[in-house]
Design a protein around this ligand. Structure first.
Ligand SMILES: [Zn+2]
Length: 279
């Protein structure tokens, strides 16, 4: 599978449907935009019916992409045009996220009602078996509830599309509709791995400037009758004090090549094989 973007359109004949074009969009994004992706669920009964709906002028709503449960992708608007998916929305110092973001709709019925007979009902009255149900707590709700599960091919396709869009447009932010319109919207909901998507695709760039984590300091006990303590992590370094006695409690600071920097009343390096955890 080799998906590309050319002239703000996805290219992959096997994967894409070109049957739908939405009139529900504004002009081009401003320079340097889009830089954000907004993830949605359709709350519809099929990707095709949702795509069809979002292309009706009366819907006054759209998205750039709709992703089916089989991983098929419908592109309704070119990526350089502002589509109408976010509505009233705010994120950090921005409002009206349509001006900043590509909208990705995922075919999913949304929140479900427990019928008590082994089936779970969508808002449009379809009964789903437990195999299609996700039970979990929404980030904006206090109690867990039932949600339509996303399919594996669908989640994999969304990850792939996001990665492609990040590379092509320099996207720096991925948000859920539920995060930018929390009083009004619950999509994509807890069944979608939104935090994992962000960690996996944006985590590297976000953490780049953070220093490498230091090993946690802990208390250990000298486990040799006499243990030389040195200025550095090898026998070529001079000792800094008389050898440590068996049973001395020290705190670890750093580790390197089997050597451990420790601290008691002085600081220096000892061979790590002669340290043990406290009993
Ligand atoms: Zn939405």
């Amino acid at each position: 599978m080799d998906m590309k973007i050319a002239n703000h359109q996805l290219k992959d004949d096997d994967l894409l449907s070109f049957d739908f074009k939405t009139p529900n969009m504004s002009g081009k994004f401003a320079n340097g935009l889009p830089d954000t992706l907004v993830i949605h669920f359709t709350a519809g009964s099929s990707a095709e019916s949702s795509a069809r709906h979002l292309c009706k002028p009366s819907a006054k709503a759209s998205a750039h992409l709709v992703v089916g449960r089989d991983g098929k992708v419908y592109q309704l608007a070119p990526f350089n045009r502002v589509a109408w998916h976010a509505g009233r929305s705010t994120w950090k110092d921005r409002s009206g996220l349509n001006q900043y973001a590509i909208g990705i709709e995922i075919d999913n019925a949304g929140q479900l009602t427990d019928n008590g007979n082994g089936f779970y009902q969508t808002w449009f009255g379809k009964n789903l078996p437990v195999s299609e149900v996700f039970h979990g707590r929404h980030r904006n709700q206090s109690e867990p509830s039932y949600w339509h599960a996303y399919t594996e091919p669908q989640i994999a396709r969304v990850f792939e599309l996001c990665e492609l869009l990040i590379d092509h447009y320099g996207i720096t932010e991925i948000v859920g509709h539920e995060e930018i319109a929390p009083g009004r919207k619950v999509d994509p909901g807890p069944a979608f791995p939104l935090d994992k998507l962000r960690d996996q695709l944006l985590g590297d760039t976000r953490d780049q400037d953070a220093p490498a984590p230091k090993p946690a300091s802990k208390e250990v006990i000298v486990n040799a009758s006499q243990l030389n303590i040195r200025k550095g992590p090898s026998t070529s370094f001079q000792t800094v004090a008389a050898p440590l006695e068996q049973g001395t409690r020290v705190r670890t600071l750093n580790k390197e090549d089997g050597w451990v920097e420790v601290e008691y009343c002085i600081r220096g390096w000892v061979s790590g094989q002669y340290l043990k955890a406290p009993d």
